[in-house]
Write a protein that binds this ligand. Structure first.
Ligand code: FE2
Ligand code: FE2
Length: 187
């Protein structure tokens, strides 16, 4: 497997851990709301908002663009997955807004909070599963050396913008690890 795909797979594993942690925090918060728990959830959502938009999704989009030029049985699935990146980014804004309003002291219905968080987690996980199970194996099979050289050229500019971001990518990888290893706020 090309090392860019391996890196994306590593991101998925970490993202699953972070989403699992978010789900656990939501359950703890709903059983017993606390500011610590809310702050932890907002940190996780902030992270999910910035990291994929800076490196992960743009890199996948470059690979999927190349894959769409190939004769594959999953053309429409790839198109849908590319569109989903925008939808997931919009959903992150929605959940970010709901949790920040709760943190600002606004009374938010707990049922709405749980539903928003669970829908969000579910959609993120489904997206990752489709990429892992259906798209990455086809990318691995169908893209040749020349395609990867083309992709690498384009990924360079993503790496460049990522290195100019407020928080560089290697810091994000550290933050990822911290969140994944965090203990849930106690009830
Ligand atoms: Fe994706
Ligand atoms: Fe992905």
């Amino acid at each position: 497997m090309h090392f860019i795909l391996e890196r994306l797979c590593d991101d998925h594993k970490q993202m699953m851990k972070v989403l699992f942690h978010l789900g656990r925090q939501v359950r703890v918060y709903c059983a017993s709301p606390s500011d610590i728990c809310l702050d932890q959830m907002i940190d996780i959502i902030d992270f999910i908002q910035v990291y994929p938009e800076t490196w992960h999704h743009p890199t996948e989009d470059i690979i999927y663009d190349k894959l769409l030029e190939k004769d594959t049985p999953i053309y429409s699935l790839i198109l849908r997955t590319v569109q989903e990146h925008n939808r997931l980014e919009e959903l992150t804004l929605v959940i970010n807004d709901v949790f920040n309003r709760a943190a600002a002291g606004e009374s938010i219905d707990r049922g709405l909070l749980i539903k928003t968080a669970n829908d969000y987690i579910h959609q993120q996980i489904s997206h990752i599963k489709v990429e892992q199970a259906r798209i990455f194996p086809i990318a691995d099979q169908c893209l040749d050396r020349e395609d990867w050289q083309h992709i690498m050229g384009k990924v360079k500019s993503v790496n460049h913008s990522a290195s100019e971001a407020d928080t560089p990518m290697h810091d994000y990888r550290g933050i990822f690890q911290q969140i994944a290893n965090q203990h849930p706020a106690t009830m």
